[in-house]
Design a protein around this ligand. Structure first.
Ligand SMILES: Cc1ncc(C[n+]2csc(CCOP(=O)(O)OP(=O)(O)O)c2C)c(N)n1
Length: 279
């Protein structure tokens, strides 16, 4: 946790978006759209919510964040580098032969709690970690972020049942609901709506917010747990490709890599948004 103003956080999200693109271009690979949609969630978590730092990362009392939508690792790496878990220049090796910065989260990178990327694993691990916290009488909180296209994995729903059964009010799951997945709109590939009512039926307390709104994210995280004795779910409505006009809501940017002209335009657009924020 750092005491940053909301405006500082908003600026940080824009810089994070630039860095996500920078390292995806350098690697010539990456999950662009879903990293951009989730940048604000990760920003608020790591700069305003999570009690974890490079120094406390080995402490049993640290808060845990497990990234279930592991393919969007570029966003996580950029935020972890900014928080000092490793030197940012190491991200220049992203996806290169023998680099530990592979295209999905790996515990070889300091700050990463769990190896993920096969969808449907993060929530079950988060549930186990939250149960362990209760058994050990620890006060840490457990957070996990899922994609809406990830939710059809059955393991999520077993974990959802389990979290309510064990009254895991130390657990918060965030669905980055950008409404697109890899092959099409989530509603067409495998509809998950009405999403909130499904989770409520499983015993969770649900809040729906604009997941690209820093204030809304801060308010939601500040009110955890939403109810004592129940796990909390934030449905974060986001825009895939957020911040770059030609990427927003465009399926092909799920894992598209911008060419030189596209990259220049994206950085310019984000610079423009930074200038507007500072005006
Ligand atoms: C078990 C498993 N099946 C399939 C995939 C391939 N895959 C990678 S990303 C993706 C779509 C995920 O969509 P969503 O969770 O909505 O991610 P976002 O749109 O936020 O990037 C799929 C099916 C995978 N990584 N793991």
């Amino acid at each position: 946790m750092r005491n940053m103003t909301t405006n500082e956080l908003k600026r940080k999200s824009l810089v994070y978006r630039q860095k996500i693109l920078q390292y995806i271009v350098k690697a010539k690979a990456g999950h662009t759209g879903g990293s951009l949609s989730s940048a604000d969630i990760l920003n608020v978590l790591y700069n305003d919510v999570l009690k974890v730092s490079p120094n406390s990362f080995s402490s049993p009392d640290r808060d845990r964040y497990i990234q279930s939508k592991g393919h969007c690792v570029e966003a996580l790496y950029v935020v972890l580098a900014d928080r000092g878990f490793f030197p940012e220049e190491e991200l220049n090796t992203l996806c290169q032969y023998q680099s530990r910065f592979i295209g999905h989260p790996t515990r070889k990178v300091k700050g990463v709690e769990q190896n993920t990327g096969a969808l449907g694993h993060g929530l079950p691990i988060a549930v186990g970690t939250a149960i362990a916290g209760k058994l050990d009488d620890k006060s840490y909180k457990v957070f996990t972020m899922l994609g809406d296209g990830e939710l059809p994995e059955g393991s999520n729903w077993e974990a959802a049942l389990c979290a309510a059964h064990y009254k895991l009010d130390n657990l918060c799951a965030i669905v980055d609901k950008n409404s697109l997945q890899i092959t099409g709109p989530t509603a067409e590939v495998m509809s998950t709506d009405p999403l909130g009512r499904k989770w409520e039926a499983f015993g969770w307390v649900v809040k729906e917010i604009d997941g690209n709104d820093i204030d809304a994210l801060q308010r939601a995280f500040n009110s955890l747990p939403f109810e004592n004795g129940k796990p909390s779910l934030i449905i974060a409505h986001t825009v895939k490709g957020k911040g770059v006009s030609y990427m927003e809501n465009e399926l092909k940017w799920h894992h598209g890599v911008p060419n030189a002209d596209q990259y220049r335009q994206a950085i310019n657009e984000l610079n423009q948004q930074i200038a507007e924020l500072e005006a």
